[in-house]
Design a protein around this ligand. Structure first.
Ligand code: ADP
Ligand code: MG
Length: 741
């Protein structure tokens, strides 16, 4: 790392300030603090609309004092100063906030009516009114930092707002950073951007950019600085990915060429349907890449039901034909078991069990390996994987455990990628002596820029059509707030489906009735605001609903069973088997059935408290019905009022079955951190200035530049600044490490 960036903060801002910054922000180097950018900028001349201030978060706001009164406290010694502040700029309905100070001598003296000040603290609600208790404040009109500045210029100066903590206000951080900008050797900072790019984009030099992002004179200043750092961030990320792609491509893999007349040929001959054009095209790509002696690293995107499994199975058979093994990794035990069953069924006579099989090349042993298997069976499965007896091994993350080894692992297929990150992919790759080929499958359509960032180390293929004869699922929002009677109508509707010989899924956001807050894992974890809002309302739970349905007249005589993640694995697979065999007609579950579960006879899905789930989760869930050529229906049941923001998600899901459109919508509604969460980005630090949806053009330009840079200079020997920035990006902990060392 660059010496100036790595330098301890105490050397530039003094021991005391450095200790404060380290304690409250966890930052100890010059680089760390320089890169602690403002989250936003306020207008000095404007008051912050109080109605838009979030509750219970550390906030910084500008307000004008309306009144100031002080009294002695009754119960204990001391005084209470009550200050009412307002956002009244003479327009609209003014918002007010009551600010209380215990022994607030400075507040009493300084916060006189008419004064404008910055306040920093947590806004809370007492009964009906909003309040702030003992906030930090700073009078605005006498800014100590800028003596003698032209008042007009001063009014135009944006106020940077840093992510603050309860103990460290935004303006204290600003002050320390202003000092740092004076003392640090900015001229010594490296520029990660190659000169030609900086020139092409007309970017500010690094030192100027740091100055202007922290101490802008105008809004234009910080915008120019931000543009540079944003592009820089994109370039560093894309160069890291380009380098990774180049490294992966340079590795040597075992070529697994298609056999002239092997299992794959036999399999194709017995397929009961014709492949879609997409399946054929992707199949051809995979066949070619598996036949190369550099590893395939490919992402296969395809709508729910688009037939990804067959594509993967054909690739696995090619590898088995070539003498290698294939592993299929599923995100849950239920899904692994289901893949195991359906793949053996699909293979028919080409599949061989450990017990029955002859050893001919005309069949392949398919083996299941999950963490919950009885020890003896698991040991046998591990033995079969290690000895090469098993040609196809299907499992969960148990396959990642250290004591699982393979005889000759040629292909890894990861199903439903969104649960597996870069690191897990690497652990799996390490299971083979030479890097195996890798196929990652996801049903969550991924916008191009997300694919470029999160899955940037993979090439992408898309299956964009459903097999013929599929009828699209019809989805309806069932609003209980407007139509309370529909609460029972759902069950008679279910009965109709069951009487027609079909089956029903009922999905709940919770497992038990008394385990508040115990949501099934997934993206729909409610925010505190959501929880506060639903407050008293009890959410539908699996056990609660099963109990309720026992007494539901419309469902008399129907086989109802619960399924959730806390059940014993044996019970879970029993339940799934009973449902598959139609001994159970109505399955009440959590989102354990979210991905991949494939029961063709299920035609109706009822999602209770559907507003608790995210868009792509709902889309995944409804993909479980209508899979067998029978039309599917999905009911999104909600108690929220029409027009509630969370009902927007439901309306979006009901309005289209286009997964791509939905995922765009989803990303818009979700926060960035959820998109690039640690599980997906493989633990890399999240993006600071880049927004994957908004900045598609920046990302695309950076990707092109990165490809060119890495292509011409794979070791980045001529791009030292960029190489160092990639290093810092990939090892964010290194800073702390350097300091300790
Ligand atoms: P997904 O992409 O959601 O994993 P699957 O691979 O589970 O989809 O396929 C869904 C269903 O469609 C399976 O029952 C599969 O056998 C069937 N299927 C796959 N390809 C075709 C095809 N070309 N024609 C008809 N049915 C197909
Ligand atoms: Mg699938």
């Amino acid at each position: 790392m660059n010496a100036e960036l790595a330098l301890g903060l105490d050397r530039r801002i003094g021991k005391r300030s450095a200790a404060v910054i380290e304690k409250h922000l966890g930052i100890s180097t010059v680089g760390g603090l320089l890169n602690y950018f403002p989250r936003r900028y306020m207008n000095r001349g404007e008051l912050t609309p109080i109605s838009e201030v979030p509750l219970d978060e550390e906030v910084t706001l500008i307000a004008r004092v309306l009144s100031n009164s002080t009294r002695s406290m009754r119960a204990r010694r001391g005084t209470l100063t009550d200050v009412v502040i307002t956002d009244d700029a003479g327009t609209g309905v003014p918002g007010t906030l009551k600010v209380s100070f215990f022994n607030g001598f400075r507040a009493k003296a300084e916060l006189q009516p008419g004064r404008r000040a910055l306040f920093s603290g947590k806004v809370t609600r007492y009964g009906g009114s909003l309040g702030l208790t003992n906030p930090e404040f700073q009078l605005l009109d006498e800014d100590p930092d800028i003596p003698g500045m032209d008042p007009e210029k001063l009014a135009a100066m944006p106020i940077p707002v840093y992510p603050a903590t309860a103990k460290l206000t935004s303006w204290s951080i600003q002050k320390v950073i202003a000092t740092l900008l004076e003392t640090a050797d900015l001229a010594a900072l490296p520029d990660p951007l190659p000169d030609n790019i900086a020139a092409r984009e007309k970017f500010l030099p690094v030192a100027d950019a740091y100055r202007l992002i922290h101490v802008p004179q105008t809004h234009g200043d910080w915008q120019r600085a931000r543009d540079r750092f944003r592009y820089q961030e994109a370039l560093v990320l894309q160069s890291a990915l380009a380098r990774r792609r180049a490294q992966l491509a340079a590795e040597e893999a075992t070529a697994r060429r298609a056999a002239a007349d092997g299992l794959l040929t036999a399999f194709d001959r017995q397929l009961p349907f014709t492949l879609t054009a997409g399946q054929t095209a992707v199949g051809k790509t995979l066949a070619e890449e598996l036949g190369l002696d550099s590893p395939m690293n490919r992402l296969l995107q395809g709508e729910v039901g688009s037939g990804k499994t067959i594509v993967a199975l054909r690739a696995m058979l090619q590898v088995v034909d070539a003498g290698g093994q294939a592993a299929l990794l599923a995100p849950t035990e239920v899904l692994a078991a289901q893949h195991f069953d359906s793949i053996r069924r699909t293979l028919g006579p080409l599949s061989r069990d450990g017990l029955l099989g002859g050893l001919g090349p005309d069949s392949v042993q398919v083996t299941l390996l999950t963490g919950s298997m009885p020890t003896a069976a698991r040991k046998q499965a591990m033995l079969d994987a290690a000895s090469g007896t098993a040609g196809i091994v299907i499992g969960t993350h148990a396959l990642l455990s250290e004591n699982v080894s393979f005889y000759d692992l040629g292909l890894i297929v990861v199903d439903e990628q969104h649960r597996f990150g870069v690191e897990q992919r690497d652990v799996l790759r390490s299971k083979a002596s030479k890097p195996p080929h890798l196929l990652v499958m996801t049903a969550t359509p991924i916008p191009r820029t997300v694919a470029m960032t999160v899955f940037g180390d993979l090439e992408t293929s898309v299956l964009d059509e459903l097999p013929a004869g599929r009828t699209p699922i019809s989805t309806h929002v069932v609003g209980l707030a407007e139509h309370p009677a529909w609460a029972t109508r759902i069950w008679s509707r279910s009965r109709e489906e069951i009487d027609a010989g079909h089956q029903v899924y009922v999905v709940c956001p919770k497992i038990g009735t008394d385990d508040d807050g115990d949501f099934s894992p997934g993206e729909a974890e409610p925010t505190d605001a959501d929880l506060a809002e639903t407050g008293a309302r009890e959410l539908a739970s699996v056990t609660g609903v099963v109990e309720q349905l026992r007494d539901e007249p419309a469902l008399a005589g129907v086989g109802v069973a619960p399924l959730h993640g806390r059940q014993d694995p044996a019970l879970k697979s029993d339940t799934m088997a009973s449902f598959t065999a139609n001994r159970i007609q109505l399955l009440v579950s959590t989102t354990v059935i979210e991905v991949g579960v494939d029961v063709h006879n299920a035609t109706l899905m009822v999602i209770l408290d559907a507003d608790r789930f995210g868009i792509s989760q709902l889309h995944q869930l409804r993909g479980r019905v209508g899979r067998g050529g029978l039309p599917g229906t999905c009911l999104l049941v909600t108690s929220l009022e029409p027009g509630h923001p969370s009902r927007r998600r439901l309306d979006a899901v009901a309005a289209t079955t286009d997964g791509f459109e939905l995922s765009q919508e989803d990303l818009k509604l979700r926060r960035e951190g959820d998109i690039l969460g640690a599980s997906q980005s493989g633990g890399r630090s999240t993006l600071k200035l880049l927004r994957v949806l908004e900045h598609e053009d920046v990302i695309a330009r950076a990707r092109q530049d990165a490809q060119a840079i890495v292509g011409a200079d794979p070791g980045l020997g001529r791009h030292a600044g960029l190489a160092a920035a990639i290093d810092d990006y990939l090892n964010p902990e290194k800073e702390a490490f350097l300091e300790r060392g």
